[in-house]
Write a protein that binds this ligand. Structure first.
Ligand SMILES: NC(=O)c1ccc[n+]([C@@H]2O[C@H](COP(=O)([O-])OP(=O)(O)OC[C@H]3O[C@@H](n4cnc5c(N)ncnc54)[C@H](O)[C@@H]3O)[C@@H](O)[C@H]2O)c1
Length: 238
């Protein structure tokens, strides 16, 4: 572990969070900024990114994570990114819940493009600079649907999230020796979705809950933690 005054401070680090123009991502960027990081707020929609960036004193950087050329251009404009949070994950074209056997194959790409290719695109580009500089953090926001089977008709989403979790586990082995860690978070239901929260901690999750875990995993204190998937879920699945 590196010598430093605070194990959890993010002073001097630059974090890019995808899909941070609302919801969970907006909570994550606030926590990271509060811990001292310079924060870059990505979103598909420029106005969402700009609103959140203005609120937290960050920089808005809109681009589509599913478009590799746009991701390359975005990272080139961002400069050195020390911390990448792959948060974009709910398809803006809609999130139909349907049994897989009845699903229209035209729906499949919607989930895989965003939740797997989006994560691959951003991680691939971010790793170049992180590995060169010998320090980096990649945190992928997944879902409990990506690590357990659930009776809620989200097979396509679960499959894509499981892919992203698998990517983090394997890439962790490749980049660990170069000073870069890769982890995933499996979220339970967050406050922006309807329905009851029958969790040991009986409420829905917030962006702050997720941001706190991201801040720790992004810190020097988490230097020896990689290739893991952590539940941030009110104790729903243990
Ligand atoms: N909300 C939940 O209950 C829940 C549960 C488990 C996991 N998650 C995960 O948490 C993450 C955030 O979810 P949320 O509920 O805040 O979603 P959200 O839809 O409220 O916000 C996601 C943001 O991502 C942006 N976005 C969508 N496609 C994009 C793209 N191609 N490029 C860049 N930005 C894009 C959207 O414009 C939006 O502002 C996702 O990965 C989601 O799968 C959420």
């Amino acid at each position: 572990m590196t010598e430093m005054t605070s194990l959890t401070s993010l002073e001097g680090r630059t974090a890019l969070v995808t899909g941070a123009g609302q919801g969970v991502g907006a909570g994550i960027v606030k926590v990271l900024a509060d811990q001292g990081a310079t924060v870059i707020v990505n979103d598909l929609f420029p106005e969402r990114a700009e609103t959140v960036a203005a609120e937290i004193g960050g920089q808005a950087l809109p681009f589509d994570v599913t478009d590799l050329d746009a991701v390359r251009a975005g990272f080139a404009a961002a400069g050195a990114v020390d911390i990448l949070v792959n948060n974009a994950g709910i398809p803006t074209a809609g999130f139909p819940q349907v049994d897989f056997k009845d699903s229209d194959p035209e729906l499949w790409a919607r989930f895989v493009d965003l939740n797997l290719y989006g994560v691959m695109n951003c991680t691939h580009v971010a790793l170049q600079g992180m590995c060169e500089r010998g320090w980096g953090r990649v945190i992928t926001i997944a879902s409990e649907a990506g690590r357990v089977g659930l009776p809620i008709r989200v097979s396509l989403y679960g499959a894509a999230k499981a892919g992203a979790i698998g990517l983090m586990k394997h890439v962790a082995h490749e980049v660990g020796p170069l000073g870069v860690t890769c982890n995933a978070l499996a979220l339970g239901s967050m406050e922006n979705v309807p329905g009851p929260a029958r969790y040991p901690i009986p409420r829905k999750g917030t962006g702050t809950d997720v941001g706190a875990m991201c801040a720790f995993l992004a810190s020097d204190g988490a230097d020896w933690i990689t290739g893991q998937v952590y539940g941030v879920n009110g104790g729903a699945i243990t």
